[in-house]
Ligand binder design. Structure first.
Ligand SMILES: C[S@@+](CC[C@H](N)C(=O)[O-])C[C@H]1O[C@@H](n2cnc3c(N)ncnc32)[C@H](O)[C@@H]1O
Length: 311
């Protein structure tokens, strides 16, 4: 399947490896308003670096890792693109009642770190979708390198037009993606549609905890043009309107502040490590992380876990 987001091409269902639970559906409509399409193009542009896989492999070599024997843990400093890294993913997984039978959807999968973690640690089948073509290509390639492509697949697609039929997945998760999406009603409506009844949605996003101007840049946006940080109550309202019942909510500010402060202190001492999210966001990594840290300390932002059941 091919659909358009801005000027890029979205590749859907014509890969050779297929997971039984997640056949991308070429008949589903993907036409959206021009305004939303151009926001998506800007978001994808923000995350596109060019030559990313090569950059990661060179950094791996610099860190003394053998590219032929990469592990999920080796890649975690760069492929877990959210506050708290792989620890935060493990904590979210603990809320999800996962087993080898679980078919998971990763919405906004980035370069696939969380998806490979869920496959390796829990044996789940995971389908990741992301707007950013380069991230999807790198996600596929790293997954092949780790021999996980029988459990994990990736497609370029928008969270606002998921290319899957109704009741496809047992669980869905979204990590640090909602901050780029204004239309949370459509976002959660799409997730509700593709989840089986009783299916669980787990979210870990940075949310607004108090009024006040946001500082930019942040890792998800250079300006407010592509930043749509919302309050937890807005998430809750949109989830319920889409047919979910919220079952879990946990603010993670102390954990996140400690994580960012620790990483920034390490950077101040020895410069950026070979592997880190600076490979994904470029030289602005330091001011981006600092802005997030300051806004958390000011009480304006909170990273929050939310789980909700499709009723
Ligand atoms: C901060 S990264 C997080 C990546 C990944 N979830 C992780 O934790 O490693 C945000 C990701 O959301 C994706 N994204 C943003 N808006 C999206 C949309 N409307 N549909 C699909 N993906 C989107 C971006 O392309 C980017 O890969």
């Amino acid at each position: 399947m091919q659909t358009g987001v801005g000027s890029s091409t979205i590749v859907g269902s014509n890969d050779s490896t297929k997971l039984e639970c997640a056949e991308a559906n070429p008949t589903l409509p993907v036409i959206r308003e021009m305004k939303i399409v151009s926001t998506e193009a800007r978001v994808a542009g923000h995350y596109t670096r060019g030559g990313l896989e090569q950059t990661i492999l060179q950094a791996m070599a610099k860190a003394g890792k053998d590219a032929a024997r990469l592990t999920v843990e080796d890649l975690a400093p760069v492929d877990e693109f959210h506050v708290g890294g792989i620890e935060a993913t493990k904590d979210l997984a603990a809320q999800m009642d996962l087993g080898p039978e679980s078919c998971l959807l990763d919405v906004g999968c980035g370069i696939g770190g969380p998806a490979r973690y869920f496959a390796t640690e829990h044996g789940c089948k995971v389908t990741g979708i992301d707007l950013t073509e380069e991230f999807v290509l790198v996600a596929k390639s790293l997954t092949r390198r780790l021999n996980l492509d029988r459990l994990v697949e990736f497609h370029q697609a928008s969270a606002l037009a998921l290319p899957f039929g109704p009741s496809t997945f047992d669980r869905a998760y979204m990590i640090h993606v909602g901050m780029n999406i204004a239309d949370k009603a459509t976002l959660f409506g799409q997730m509700h549609r593709v989840l089986k009844p009783g299916g669980l949605l787990a979210i870990f996003d940075i949310m607004r905890a108090a009024r006040g101007p946001l500082r930019f840049p942040v890792p998800w946006a250079l300006t407010e043009e592509t930043s749509f940080v919302a309050e937890v109550s807005e998430y809750g309202d949109a989830l319920e309107a889409a047919g979910f019942r919220v079952t879990h909510q946990r603010g993670r500010r102390a954990f996140a502040v400690e994580f960012i402060a620790r990483n920034m202190a390490r950077m101040a001492q020895g410069g950026p490590p070979a592997l880190g999210i600076h490979l994904l966001v470029g030289e602005a990594a330091k001011p981006m992380l600092n802005n997030v840290l300051v806004m958390m300390e000011e009480g304006i932002l909170d990273p929050v876990e939310l789980c909700a059941v499709a009723v």
